[in-house]
Design a protein around this ligand. Sequence first.
Ligand code: MLC
Ligand code: AMP
Length: 494
Amino acid sequence: MSEVLFPSLTSDQETIALVENDKSYTYTEVNSRINRFASGLLGEAVDLEEERVSLFLPASMDYVTVLIGVWRAGGIAVPLNVASPISELEYYLTCARVTRLVTNSEYIDALKPLCSELGISLGTVDEILAKQPGSLPDMEPSRRAMMLFTSGTTNKPKGVVSTHHTIRAQIETLLKAWAWTDKDVVPLFLPLHHIHGIINILCCGLWARAKVHLFPKFDMPDITAKVKDNVFNVFMAVPTIYVKLIQYFESLNMEEVNAICQGFKNMRLNISGSAACPAKLFEQWQSLTGQILLERYGMTEIGMGISNPYNGVRRAGYIGQPLPGVDVQLFDEKHAPISAEGVAGEIRIRGDNVFLEYWDNPEATAESFRDGWFCTGDVAVIEDGYYRIMGRSSIDIIKSGGYKLSALEIEGMLLTHEDIREVAVIGVEDETWGEAVVAVIGIKEGASLHYEDLKNWCDGKMSSYKIPKAIKIVDSLPRNAMGKVTKPDLKKLI
Ligand code: MLC
Ligand code: AMP
């Protein structure tokens, strides 16, 4: 049954599983709360039968209770970002055909109108907890367990569905590869609607019987103070966070910087991923903290696929080698496998770690697989046995601070602005964000457009991290003979 996921999350463990503010919860407490929640969710039913249950919760004991509780009750968990504007939430809830939404007392009132409009039953975790845990259904590993939304080359994000089996495979390979133990203590400050925070940190931590410190967001002074106090021995983040840490050090005196860096130095592992870690950042981090960043490569659809070694050489600018249990192959444009080193091709992935389907979208699912391989759209080359990412096959995908953004989705929203005639959104190289969203805009005759006004207009219409960091007004966008905007030309222009 529930043991398919989290065999270590049992009721005979008095060690600490979660830390939230000044509260700590043992594995026994977390386990019994999850079982009570799963029982409450089931009510009279014996199985949720893949009903979609959304989580609208920050990183907290409540979040963990609902995520794993939904899994144990046989539902599909659909985690949402608590910072999403209503328009985006409406899309996710409708697309996933969510029937229930679980939140806390802070958010419940704000969610009432939307849930009542969509006919979704809304409740808080406390309202759902049963007095006593009841019996829970047996779970086939092939059962759908989670849906995460990811942007792609299409306008709207797609729901990536993984099963209990997929999730287990994604966790188990990392436990081994990165040598997780029950002595590990890890901070979790990444958003919990993406795989990096959910699988790599939360699930691996709980599976390993480690201790996970929950933070609702990346709070620089709080987290660095705990680093200084040697609270953590493992640290996982996107490159932007390492950049921001280095920027923060510049605002501190030497003594403070040294104390924080010593905290990092004392850890057993610092990992970077979700976006390319520039070699300069890798070297800066090493010279400041002595830590050789372990860079790895992953994707919502596959979990983690390629990683630098825990023991062995971690090479700057490289993502490493396939993880155990993950088949990786580069393919050329004619879909032929590439065996030679130094030849670039698309990364394709096979293995138990690969997702089941895009929700309600069999066409997109079929298009993303070829001969059993999942086509990532990332282009890489192998050099001396290590993979190096060279770019992406689509210019319409932007990675900003670890978030994958669709240029088309942002363009679609900007085009609804009354003064915008045409627009092309591109990702421009940026030291902090990796890529920064820039909108190149042709405005309507007689209109004018100022950046601050557009930013304010975007507020509430899209998640704040999608809002362009800059705009450039042009007379007209460069187009090819077919009338398609030539974005590579625009990138050069910027
Ligand atoms: C925040 N802002 C961003 C941004 N994050 N702008 C562009 N890109 C981003 N990623 C903007 C806000 O809109 C706001 O703008 C300002 O920065 C301050 O917001 P904040 O929330 O206080 O910022 P901060 O906490 O510093 O956030 C930065 C961050 C966050 C790096 C902590 O972006 C983050 O958590 N990123 C990680 C995303 C992630 O987990 N990705 C993994 C996907 S899974 P203004 O103008 O209002 O001030 C995946 C697979 C894999 O990729 O391999 O792991
Ligand atoms: P997401 O869809 O949000 O899961 O993002 C997955 C994408 O992030 C991948 O397809 C890559 O483009 C990118 N990515 C993840 N890790 C790395 C890395 N270490 N280097 C470069 N790109 C990465």
